[in-house]
Design a protein around this ligand. Structure first.
Ligand code: PLP
Length: 290
């Protein structure tokens, strides 16, 4: 499990009775680092599966090699593409067809957001059938509980909103990608970096890597003073959340710590006013240039 992600994945792993072993990320892509996972799998026994994330909904450029790694070790690859509904890999393939299964979030913060809920996609009919039962109290066709299921059904109302949203998604994704472009045009010359692949994704917010941890903290403060709300996904990284800190204090994740200290999540929206980008860029310029 990568640590540079939302806590939900590692929490789910834990609820399933496993202890997450955290892997570092690549400094270039902010995606889980394949070499680190190789190292972990060759050293640690008893690993039950790989939970790979598509960081910020961007497809993992090494997805083939992750699938091979899971196959080599005979363990499932589960892909958490929470923010990736509508994203494509660099070669044009839509996210959603990889690993044993892939999961999208439909939380209100996503480009495809219907409030709450999600989608699990799998090419394995057995997984689909089992999850179908798990989300409906673990009932089989005769409505007898055969698994410790729960009520995790999408509501009809949310599904109706989702169907409507699907119609406008392509246009809204274009608008969101344009917002990223506009931020990049203003901020890249200041040394701010954007994620590789973000231009083929469905950005829920705009992740920007500031030149230093100090400039990130200063920008968060300056934007707050100006009335602009930001977040710092994913800081703290998951291995530094209290529930996991004690169990995995031993593994060092230097790249995760570096990126978490410098990342900022800037405002995004289908109809984000260019004046907001202007305001943010102006403040960033003052913070970085001093
Ligand atoms: C990577 C990742 N995994 C899981 C989740 C949880 O999704 P949900 O809020 O739909 O439960 C999120 C939420 O943003 C996420 O970013």
């Amino acid at each position: 499990v990568p640590s540079f992600t939302f806590a939900a994945g590692a929490l789910a792993v834990r609820r399933c009775g496993f202890r997450p072993e955290f892997v570092d990320i690549s400094l270039d892509t902010w995606q889980p680092d394949l070499a680190d996972a190789h190292e972990l799998l060759s050293r640690a026994g008893g690993i039950g599966g790989i939970l790979l994330t598509s960081t910020f909904g961007v497809g993992n450029p090494e997805i083939d090699r992750w699938e091979n790694l899971a196959n080599e070790h005979g363990i499932p690859l589960i892909v958490d593409s929470a923010a990736g509904f509508g994203s494509t890999y660099a070669w044009g393939e839509p996210l959603g067809l990889r690993g044993a299964c892939e999961i999208f979030s439909l939380h209100a913060t996503k480009a495809m957001g219907i409030g709450e809920g999600g989608i699990l996609v799998s090419r394995d009919p057995e997984i689909v059938a089992t999850v179908d039962q798990l989300k409906n109290f673990g009932f089989d066709a005769e409505r007898r509980a055969v698994y410790a299921g729960t009520n995790a059904k999408l509501t009809e109302l949310a599904a109706a909103i989702g169907r409507r949203q699907l119609r406008t998604l392509p246009v809204r994704l274009q608008k969101r990608r344009r917002v990223v472009e506009m931020y990049a045009e203003r901020l890249e010359p200041l040394g701010v970096q954007f994620q590789t692949g973000v231009r083929q994704s469905a950005p829920p917010f705009v992740s920007a890597l500031m030149p230093t941890a100090e400039s990130r903290d200063a920008l968060v403060g300056a934007l707050q003073t100006a009335g602009v709300e930001t977040r710092v996904y994913y800081n703290p990284p998951v291995h530094r959340h209290p529930i996991f800190e004690a169990s995995d204090g031993s593994r060092s994740l230097p790249n995760t710590d570096v990126i978490a200290a410098r990342i900022i999540s800037l405002p995004m929206g289908d109809e984000l006013e260019p004046s907001v980008i202007d305001l943010v860029a102006g403040i960033a310029e003052k913070v970085i240039r001093g």
